[in-house]
Design a binder for this molecule. Structure first.
Ligand SMILES: NC(=O)c1ccc[n+]([C@@H]2O[C@H](COP(=O)([O-])OP(=O)(O)OC[C@H]3O[C@@H](n4cnc5c(N)ncnc54)[C@H](OP(=O)(O)O)[C@@H]3O)[C@@H](O)[C@H]2O)c1
Length: 333
């Protein structure tokens, strides 16, 4: 089969290569999937650049890519949920990445039946951003009636999160550029703050939850607008102090994490609001829930651009510019 291999860390153009590799053989708990579409996430170009070298150690060359939609080709001897011909979508773990390929074998617990009402391209756009949002909202117990600020409502995460937050009954404020303001409003946001016209820090706050997709100054500043007793969920800020324990890290990493996050914790203590950072994980059961939301019409996948399979390097470079409106998808079959 053909697959894209990452053969070293650095520039996309130098290290992302299309190659012929052996077909994956599903192990006892795995299903082999013929991939029809895959989607890109910022973590993909971060992996290429080597940004995650300390957290996820990969032996190169190797395949990569997290999200896929396709058809089950074969199933391992101890699988119980899927059979050849099932139409599925999936999110790989950091250890099993490899969806920028014609086929992949994944543990069946990472897989769910694809939402029936949408195309493979649309289904492939959902797993990582959907799971991140369900898991992040779950960690802080998001519930109807709360007020949430979602940064970057036009992005891959934002387009899912705005729709999901509205669906579960939150009051949603979201930031974006003015060119995307109407679009983010159309996703259901109650209020859109266009950052090139207004400063969100001057627009009042009192949010129960801030969903920080941007990191940097946005993480610390979240504590200026979150209410006492509220929560900041960050996807891009420094790791929270429990992260090193969850990853089973040694003393050196724990100390490094403590130092990286000390300013955020000082802001969190001063504001009387909690800080939560996490790495999203695969979860077939939650993918089943997301498929239900899509089939009921509560969530609509948003695709910015589709690229042909052979154009993965161009697609990664496009996403890396940080201006995608929704998701970037690779048509594999
Ligand atoms: N920890 C985890 O498990 C986890 C999981 C998923 C994602 N992430 C991280 O979360 C981040 C977001 O992911 P994504 O998929 O949403 O990225 P993305 O799709 O590439 O985000 C692009 C969007 O960001 C918006 N944007 C850029 N600067 C902005 C600003 N200053 N204010 C408001 N909007 C802004 C852009 O809208 P405009 O053009 O309108 O500015 C664009 O629509 C990434 O860093 C990713 O690595 C982490």
């Amino acid at each position: 089969m053909r697959a894209f291999l990452l053969d070293g860390y650095g520039a996309i153009a130098d290290h992302v290569k299309l190659a012929d590799v052996v077909d994956p053989i599903p192990r006892f708990n795995e299903v082999a999937i013929e991939i029809h579409a895959a989607s890109l996430n910022p973590i993909d170009f971060k992996i290429v650049r080597g940004d995650l070298k300390r957290v996820s150690k990969y032996q190169l060359p190797r395949t990569f890519g997290f999200d896929a939609s396709g058809v089950v080709l074969s199933a391992g001897s101890q699988t119980t949920k899927f059979k050849p011909g099932d139409v599925v979508y999936a999110r790989a773990s950091r250890e099993s990445i490899g969806t920028f390929a014609e086929r992949i074998a994944l543990p069946e617990q990472f897989v769910a039946l694809k939402p029936a009402r949408v195309s493979h391209a649309e289904a492939a756009s959902l797993p990582l951003v959907g799971l991140t949002t369900l898991q992040g909202f779950g960690k802080v117990g998001a519930r109807a009636g709360q007020r949430i600020l979602i940064h970057a409502g036009a992005g891959g995460i934002g387009t899912f999160a705005v729709q999901y937050a509205k669906h579960i009954g939150l009051h949603v404020t979201s930031t974006t550029s003015s060119k995307n303001a109407d679009f983010v409003k159309s996703l259901g946001a109650d209020r859109v703050i266009a950052y090139d016209r207004e400063n969100y820090l001057e627009q009042g706050g009192d949010y129960d939850i801030v969903y920080d997709t941007l990191g940097g100054a946005f993480t610390i500043d979240a504590f200026k607008v979150v209410k006492r007793g509220g929560a900041v969920i960050s996807l891009s800020g420094p790791p929270d102090r429990d992260f090193a324990r969850r990853m089973g890290a040694g003393l050196v990493v724990r100390v490094a994490v403590w130092l990286m996050s000390r300013k955020v914790y000082a802001a969190s203590e001063a504001a009387g609001a909690s800080y939560c950072w996490f790495f999203t994980e695969p979860d077939g059961e939650q993918l089943r829930e997301i498929a239900g939301l899509v089939d009921s019409g509560a969530i609509k996948p948003v695709i910015d651009r589709e690229f042909a399979f052979e154009q993965l390097p161009e697609a990664l470079a496009y996403l890396e510019k940080g201006r995608a409106r929704g998701k970037v998808v690779l048509k594999v079959k």
